[in-house]
Design a protein around this ligand. Sequence first.
Ligand SMILES: [Fe+2]
Length: 247
Amino acid sequence: MHYAKELTIGKRKCGLSLLRLKNIADDFNGRNLDFCICLGDIITSVQDFNTDTDNIKAVAEGFCDFKMPHHIILGNHDLEAMSKSDYYIAFGKNPLRSYYSFALKDTKFIVLDANFNEDNSDYCKGNYNWTESYINAEQFNWLENELNLSIEENIIIFTHQNLDYRLSNGKLDACVAKNYNEVEKLLEKSNKKIKVFQGHYHNGDNQVIGGIEYITLKALCVGDDINYIPRLIVSIEDEISISHMDY
Ligand SMILES: [Fe+2]
């Protein structure tokens, strides 16, 4: 979303994101959805704790328009001026931790957090480089257990940073978590039906690796058209299908 009040940075019209969020709420409220999820970077940080807190609160208020439960993933920009716990306090959420899972109608949904440094420490103000993201060791072990113990065959994974191998200018794309390869292998060896939904990479992308589809949504904040609201509607019967796509 990259919301920041009255801020424009090049093509990023950060001040328009709340209007776009309202348009998404209107669209989603007209459908019979079980929940919605935002894939992170709800703000563009202005490097000031109080202003970022106010902007996060404004986005949280915007989510009150949604008539279904909502989930929010942490993004790197959300943490430029604060810690993860500061962010959750500002948003008014209180998860046990930044990664978790839940099951719904025979599908397991896994929310990941790749906002970790190589030494397993959390991203927070002054303690990260956005081009170096990791799934930390504890979360990796937790994910392995989640996959092994899952009675659900369909698994949907949500992550801000990307987990699919992709090159940019001959090097691993900076949007891809540094330990993507271990995570990819973990997903593949589970033999579950998995789709991965990602944010972070503003251009969007879609590729299949090892039988797993990785879908990266485009960024919401680009351009002047407030009706430009990249989003996906996912349907699950026996198989996971994307019934409506606008990204
Ligand atoms: Fe990001």
